[in-house]
Design a protein around this ligand. Structure first.
Ligand SMILES: NC(=O)c1ccc[n+]([C@@H]2O[C@H](COP(=O)([O-])OP(=O)(O)OC[C@H]3O[C@@H](n4cnc5c(N)ncnc54)[C@H](O)[C@@H]3O)[C@@H](O)[C@H]2O)c1
Length: 273
């Protein structure tokens, strides 16, 4: 058996738990879970119990980083940049799930990763088409548009909706509640932040990526459509996401795309961009 990749997970919620289980069961011949960290320590303890290994729980981010080759961040957007920065400074690779937290300081992270010879992995998450967008980026991209449809209740409590006095309660048909740049979208709709951020970073940046958000009373899933116009041709994708059983804000596909990235890291043959 070759050297096992040591994996530490920061954030033991819906995504962290699913990924820990995947490392433990699906990748047992190539990777080993070496640390679980959560600011709510009982969550890390509960997860470690599932593997009958209380020693997996670590009490600080620094401890987790010391024990890992690859750190997986699955916390919150406001913490992801700091966690990535600390991991990279220790020359560890990192997979970032809270991608929205990177959008303002992406170039800084890129420079640091080059300097420290570390890699930053950003899964496609709840959208499809990032592979084609990356390929098209090698020629010229003229336009990238993301259209997100969610049930009205998904926008409950969003400050932007209240400020604009948008009435979502009595909606009978689709209503476009936002159109603008990905940068503006990520400020006004924090829960849409990951998809828009990933798309921007893979393509033409947050100022030029266009986002349309629609409240739709006739759907139960989160649907993301991407349209790319480039010198290489047109790409259109539509992803109808099943919701993660443990967190209604998270799409199941987001977890699976992180598992697919782990496969890319661990397996010798890498398919797709
Ligand atoms: N990339 C994508 O497409 C995509 C899709 C869905 C969710 N996400 C993002 O992934 C992240 C995790 O999602 P989830 O569904 O697992 O959330 P969750 O709320 O179920 O779990 C988050 C966990 O992180 C812990 N936490 C919070 N701050 C922490 C910190 N500073 N250090 C350590 N632990 C901390 C919390 O206690 C919680 O246990 C979120 O930021 C979410 O927006 C990304």
């Amino acid at each position: 058996m070759g050297k096992l990749l040591k994996v530490g997970i920061v954030g033991c919620g819906a995504i962290g738990t699913s990924l820990a289980k995947a490392v433990f069961s699906d990748f047992s011949s190539s990777a080993r879970l070496t640390g679980l960290y959560d600011t709510e320590i009982e969550k890390a303890q509960k997860l470690a119990d599932k593997f009958n290994n209380p020693e997996l729980v670590v009490l600080s981010l620094e401890d987790l980083i010391n024990k890992a080759d690859l750190v997986i961040e699955a916390t919150k957007a406001q913490f992801s940049f700091g966690i990535a920065q600390k991991s990279i400074n220790a020359s560890r690779d990192i997979m970032v799930m809270s991608v929205g937290g990177l959008i303002q300081r992406f170039e800084e992270l890129e420079t640091l990763a080059k300097e420290k010879n570390a890699r930053v992995f950003i899964p496609s998450g709840a959208i499809c088409g990032i592979d084609g967008l990356k390929a098209a980026s090698c020629s010229k991209i003229n336009k990238v548009t993301l259209t997100t449809r969610k049930p009205p209740k998904a926008f409950q409590g969003v400050a932007y909706v209240a400020e604009k006095k948008i009435d979502l309660e009595h909606l009978k048909e689709d209503l476009v509640i936002f159109e603008g740049s990905a940068r503006e979208a990520t400020k006004s709709f924090p829960q849409n932040i990951n998809v828009a951020a990933t798309l921007s970073m893979a393509g033409i940046g947050p100022e030029n990526t266009l986002v349309r958000i629609i409240a739709s009373p006739n759907i139960t899933q989160n649907i993301h459509e991407i349209e790319v116009e480039s010198d290489a041709g047109k790409i259109t994708t539509r992803t109808e996401n099943v919701i993660h059983p443990d967190n209604p804000k998270t799409s199941y596909m987001a977890v699976l795309s992180a598992i697919a990235v782990l496969k890319q890291i661990l397996e010798p043959i890498k398919i797709g961009a």
